[in-house]
Design a binder for this molecule. Sequence first.
Ligand code: NDP
Length: 343
Amino acid sequence: MKTNAINRQWLLARRPSGMVRETDFQRVDVALPVANLPAGEILVRNVMLGFDPAQRGWMDDAPGYMPPMEIGVPVRGSAAAWVVASENPDYPVGALVRGLFGWQDYAVANRRDDAPPMRVPAGLSPEQALGLFGGASLTAYIGLLEVGRLREGDRVLVSGAAGAVGSMAVQIARLKGAHVIGIAGGPEKCRWLTAEYGADAAIDYKSENVADRLAALCPQGIDLFFDNVGGAILEAGIANLALFGRIVLCGAISGYNDVTPSPGPRNLMNLVRQRAVMRGFILLDHLDQAPAAMAELGQWVGEGRIRHRDDIQVGFENVPQTFLRLFRGENRGKQLLRIDESQ
Ligand code: NDP
């Protein structure tokens, strides 16, 4: 480690109002975080950043499952990093870890942090740690199986289906014997859904009427709806629920940049008619299930039964524009960024 190294950072310059913009962030250089680490702490060097739509919610000054990000500090976000100095025997120098290390080169981390660093299992690369075996895959697995109580033969609907969480949800549901319909934006993503991820049918919400197509594709109704999008797409799913249908609310990206939340869905009475349940969940509450999920995912990967796509951008200067890709539908798979070309 260079002792005179600088720490490049992207700070939250102001809270976004409406659609997040590159000008909401500020690029600064500061000195390395610390010269002498206190006992228990580690210094990590980020190599790969992972982007999650939820970061947009953390930028608002609003109550949530995590405190709002502070203005003037590095943007909170996940990263895979090498331990470069350590005063903690659980994280030796040279170990690969992942955690919420933020939009910067270096971070000081501690087991007592809200989201403590996790050792990456031996043999996994930084992109695998954040992508194939990262939070999005765990979210899909746990959301479907634990929260959604997926059953063989279920008719499953997944929205945001070509994205990081959605593409895994489609495949896991198929591997567990469900019939799957995926919703995504545009013909290219819809083609992936059926040709690569094994969905039985795909709906392009940008060019088709989702409620009408659902009614035609699945006249018996949807048993389990895994929703990443919210808004009009959630409403279309509610309109097409089977008796005793279940909805898992994973996210609602269609509203993350709204200045004021839209009212709705307007058809909640259909939950009453169909004796249906709708339940939200946050992955962080279910991390005790991560080892079992990783084990089964690893088995499927080893058997070649899971396809995974990472969208890897390159260069620290490109961090904000890479984040914006999520809200323009530009990411082609799990959105990652390799901090330096040489790493
Ligand atoms: P994705 O890889 O799916 O990327 C975001 C995608 O969302 C875009 O590519 C785009 O796909 C779609 N999208 C963007 N804007 C809109 C819009 N206005 N209306 C409809 N679709 C839109 O992201 P992730 O897989 O990382 O996240 C998916 C969801 O899962 C998010 O809601 C996220 O917050 C949630 N999540 C929840 C977790 C939990 O613990 N509950 C944990 C992790 C993620 P397209 O081109 O198809 O429109």
